[in-house]
Design a protein around this ligand. Sequence first.
Ligand SMILES: *Cc1c(COP(=O)(O)O)cnc(C)c1O
Length: 398
Amino acid sequence: MSLSERISHIKPSATLAINAKAQELRKQGVDVISFGVGEPDFDTPRHIRDAAIQAMEEGFTRYTAVGGIDELKDAVCDKFRKDNNLDYDRSEVMVSCGGKHVLYNLAQAILNPGDEVIIPAPYWVSYPPIAILAGADPVVVQTDEANDFKLSASALEGAITSRTKLLVLNSPSNPTGSVYTLEELERLADVMLKHDIYVVSDDIYEKLIFDGGMFANIAQAAPGMKKKTFVLNGVSKSYAMTGWRIGYVAGPSEVIAGMTKIQSQSTSNPNSIAQKAAVAALCGPQDEIATMLTAFDERRKYLVERLNGINNVSCNTPGGAFYTFPNFSHYFKASFEGKQIANSAGLAEFLLTEAKVALVPGIAFGADSFIRFSYATSMALIKEGVDRIENALGRLVF
Ligand SMILES: *Cc1c(COP(=O)(O)O)cnc(C)c1O
């Protein structure tokens, strides 16, 4: 059976692949420490689980409106008003089966073959394939470690062509943890407003910002930007709800209608029970976010210090999310048992087999000098994991 041509242009998610490999090793009895996971290591808060149980008990187990129940849409509108000072009505929001699904629906709704999508690197692994699956061309723009991996207005300007349709921004960022300031977003908005381009603002890590930092997105950065912005968010990361599959988006109503049409012919509504749980997440007490953030912050500080303590490794201090993205390129020159490490994939492979530590190579995010560490794991495992890495690096030959 020959597969579609479309599928030959994409690879499976590298982050999910690393996790699968680590799990496979664990099944064989190997004690692997994983820095690979892209999800909080906390349980979904009690009151959210209770709302789901109640929904089931009440028989809320049938199809719902395709783009989500009104109760959840209203909760989403309230959230945008309260947290982001952005005013939307029901026709401007929809709910999908996770934030990733929002992006997929958006790409299918607005992109045509030949359209260009500007994606700053390091980028989240799914952005290029989602553009490609819509027939569009990803235009990857490299950013600098020295500029905290943020897209500058001049780099944005330089990447825009007559074919540019969409820019993807993600702050706090997966994989770097970088957070854009409102001033930086204002400079990008100035460029955007000169051109007829849309932007999707991936705000999934909005609630995970350290040091009392302020969150801002580009829809807030200039008066004209809201009608050019799709604000993507969801409950996966903020409420430890990755398995529930609820993401949402706000943007111009005609595109939301188009995305809803695509959803109606693919998944239909997101899970009815999970929608009720998402209402409880958005409208209920928010204190467990603070608890989670405190734990992440402690790990962040420890991990960044340890990584910067490794010879010839540099690691920026992330302002948000739960990742660090240190530069390990010095070690690519080294060899192990006569074979050169060569690149981030080589180093990740070496560390998995020799240190029993799972990490995602930077190449998966379009930045080969780096390795992504997720610190959604315990302090004890972070300490043991970095110890193992240091030991293994000591066995490399330069
Ligand atoms: C996790 C993540 C998402 C969305 O995840 P879902 O589980 O599909 O809601 C979106 N963007 C980034 C950058 C992420 O890391």
